[in-house]
Structures are given as structure tokens and as C-alpha cells.
Design a protein around this ligand. Structure first.
Ligand SMILES: Cc1cc2nc3c(=O)[nH]c(=O)nc-3n(C[C@H](O)[C@H](O)[C@H](O)COP(=O)(O)O)c2cc1C
Ligand SMILES: Nc1ncnc2c1ncn2[C@@H]1O[C@H](COP(=O)(O)OP(=O)(O)O)[C@@H](O)[C@H]1O
Length: 313
């Protein structure tokens, strides 16, 4: 896959099929659009996907911090896996957002453009006047003999799959719905940093994860997870929270994982935590012994859950 960092950098030499959107998460709805793109491009045309970064909500709603399902490199990685040939990651700026749909489309659709077909999601056109953008797109495309195909929204359990719904589900701890909508396990990746060293003292060492500050952290609580370390998969339990039992002042959210049957020192190493399901809320215990007892119970429950999961498969 070839990557371009500006629309102008991309000048297709071959006729192409084109789609555009933000694609945060590259979920099953996005995947449906991309499959359609590749299907319609097969053999005859090259496939081109135009995306934007940062997310428009991050640039336009500055009063509310925006969190991503995918970091940019994760998004690029997920898009690469779909098999598209050309990816344009154009910067999204306030100025760019002021561009009227018509003017934006003229930038990419003109008599010399090699675009032959455009695939769009049910709401994936951007531009200042977003509401009328689909009609505008059809009108302008028609003028240049470009065909426009609209892909219907993907629904799962009667709910439209959208990045916004997936973000909401993760914040509510509904990891299963989010995973089904994503088509893969929601993953927190980063390097292992030092904590307080209490984990080892209670026989539950926990690798503390430092993640990208813009990555969405699911609801606080204890989770059954899988861990990818050096391409080996382990089972484990994750706590997302403020450690109210031991931490009196620091309210910063910590992400820490105890990996089952694992004994290595992995400070500074990269791990990926694949979220499977929430087990319980984080609680404040009266003593470290009570906390330890609960973590022992968590281990039993999570191992039981994983052994049932294996039997089903
Ligand atoms: C599976 C699991 C569940 C946990 N549940 C709680 C909890 O309910 N309440 C709490 O205060 N801390 C909880 N913790 C966090 C522990 O307090 C924490 O792992 C311990 O303080 C070690 O921290 P350290 O890595 O900084 O040494 C949990 C940790 C794990 C791994
Ligand atoms: N099973 C395990 N799960 C997680 N980390 C482990 C495990 N075994 C050894 N470790 C190592 O121990 C460290 C965690 O020990 P801990 O006492 O909780 O210290 P810290 O507070 O610095 O995280 C991890 O960062 C990792 O290097």
C-alpha cells in the first residue's frame, strides 16, 4: 500500500475507484465499504482511500477532549490489512473544515481526474454543508461521468455500527458489542513502565502500561484479557482504575495487567492487551489482604471463563 500525506501528492496514473472518510477503528461498517471499493476496482482500476487526520471532532470541538479507537499508526495498519492500494492521509485543519463540499469535491473531481467510481458510506462525506453533500457529490460526479455508489449502514443487534457507538460501548464496559462491531478485539498497546512494586509483594505482579494519550480507555474495572508479547499470546487479567485501596492521592487512571503463567521482566517492552470482557467494577478494600483475596477470586473466575470459551470453540 502506498501512502500519501496530501491530496495533491496523489495523482493517479491509472483510472481508480475512490472512497473517503475518517475510518477511526476500521470497524465492520468501514470494512464493508472497503470490500465494496475493492470489488468494484478489481483488475480494471486501482483502489484509493482518502482519510483525514486529526479527527474533525478533535479540531472543531476543542472544549471536549476527543479519544480515538485507533491511533493513526493503528488506523494505517488496519487499512493496509484490507488490501487497498493507495492511502491518502490528508491533514484536517480549521481552514480545511471551512471548505464548502462543492469546492472540496472540485479539488478531487475535475475533468483530468482519473476517478471512475466513488464508493461512499451512508454518512461519510465531509465538508461545511455536510447535509447536502451526498446530493452535491452525485451532481458533480455525474457531470464528469463518475458513478457514485452508496453503501448502506452495517447493523449489529439492531444498532448501526459507527465509531461513535463503539466509543460509547467501550465507555460503558460493553466490550463484547464493541468487539463484534470492530470485527477484532479492542486493543490497548504500549510500553511497560514501573509502578509502585506492590504487585510482586502480593504475588500478583502487574505490568503497568503506558498508552497513547489520545487512545480511548474503556470503563474502569477488571477485565479478562489476552496479551500479545513478542507474537506469543497469553491469558491474563487487567485492571483499569485508580487503585483506591493503595493509592490515597494519585487519581490518575492506571492500566495494569497480570499475565497468567508468566514470570519475565518486561519493563520497557511493548505489549498489546486484547480486551475480552468486563468481570467486575474496581473497589476500595479495607486492607491489602482483602484486595489480594479478591484478586485470587478474579483469577479463578477469569480462568473458568477462558476454559468455557475454549470448550465452545
Ligand atoms: C485483576 C486485578 C484487579 C484489581 N482490582 C483492584 C480493586 O478492586 N481495587 C483496588 O484498589 N486495586 C485493584 N487492583 C490494583 C492493585 O491495587 C495493584 O495491582 C497493586 O496496587 C499493584 O500496583 P503496582 O503495579 O503499582 O505495584 C487490581 C489489580 C489487578 C491485577
Ligand atoms: N505474570 C506477570 N504479569 C505481569 N508482570 C510480570 C509478571 N511476571 C513478572 N512481571 C514483571 O513484573 C513487573 C510488575 O511487578 P510489580 O511488583 O507489579 O511492579 P510495578 O509496580 O513496577 O509494576 C512487570 O512490569 C513485569 O516486568
Amino acid at each position: 500500500m502506498k501512502i500519501y500525506s496530501l491530496i495533491n501528492e496523489f495523482s493517479s496514473l491509472d483510472p481508480c475507484v475512490f472512497t473517503l472518510g475518517i475510518f477511526d477503528g476500521v470497524h465492520i461498517g468501514h470494512q464493508k465499504i472497503i470490500k465494496n471499493l475493492i470489488l468494484r476496482s478489481r483488475k480494471k482500476y486501482c483502489s484509493v482511500l482518502l482519510t483525514f487526520h486529526p479527527h474533525p471532532k478533535e479540531i472543531l470541538n476543542t472544549n471536549k477532549k476527543f479519544f480515538y479507537l485507533n491511533t493513526l499508526s493503528e488506523r494505517i495498519y488496519n487499512l493496509k490489512k484490507t488490501g487497498i492500494e493507495h492511502l491518502i492521509v490528508h491533514p484536517f485543519t480549521t481552514n480545511f473544515s471551512k471548505l464548502r463540499t462543492k469546492d472540496f469535491l472540485k479539488k478531487i473531481l475535475h475533468p483530468k481526474s482519473k476517478i471512475r467510481k466513488i464508493i461512499t458510506g451512508y454518512d461519510s462525506i465531509i465538508g461545511k454543508n455536510r447535509d447536502s453533500s451526498y446530493e452535491e457529490l452525485k451532481k458533480i460526479s455525474h457531470k464528469y461521468g463518475i458513478k457514485v455508489y452508496k453503501v448502506n449502514p452495517y447493523k449489529f443487534q439492531k444498532k448501526i455500527v459507527s465509531s461513535t457507538h463503539i466509543r460509547e460501548s467501550l465507555l460503558l464496559g460493553n466490550i463484547q458489542w464493541a468487539n463484534r462491531a470492530l470485527g477484532y478485539f479492542y486493543t490497548l498497546s504500549g510500553n511497560v513502565i514501573e509502578g509502585k512494586g506492590i504487585g510482586k509483594m502480593i504475588n500478583f505482579p502487574t505490568a503497568n502500561l503506558q498508552i497513547d494519550s489520545k487512545k480511548l480507555i474503556p470503563k474502569q474495572g477488571v477485565y479478562a484479557v489476552k496479551i500479545n508479547y513478542l507474537n506469543n499470546m497469553y491469558l491474563g487479567m487487567l485492571n483499569i482504575g485508580i487503585n483506591p485501596t493503595l493509592e490515597k492521592e494519585n487519581r490518575k487512571i492506571k492500566i495494569e495487567v497480570h499475565i497468567f503463567d508468566f514470570f519475565e521482566n518486561i519493563y520497557g517492552k511493548k505489549i498489546d492487551i486484547l480486551m475480552i470482557r468486563i468481570i467486575r467494577e474496581e473497589k476500595k478494600f479495607n486492607s491489602i489482604q482483602e484486595l489480594k483475596k479478591q484478586i485470587c477470586m478474579d483469577k479463578i473466575n477469569i480462568q473458568k471463563f477462558f476454559s468455557c470459551e475454549k470448550k465452545i470453540r
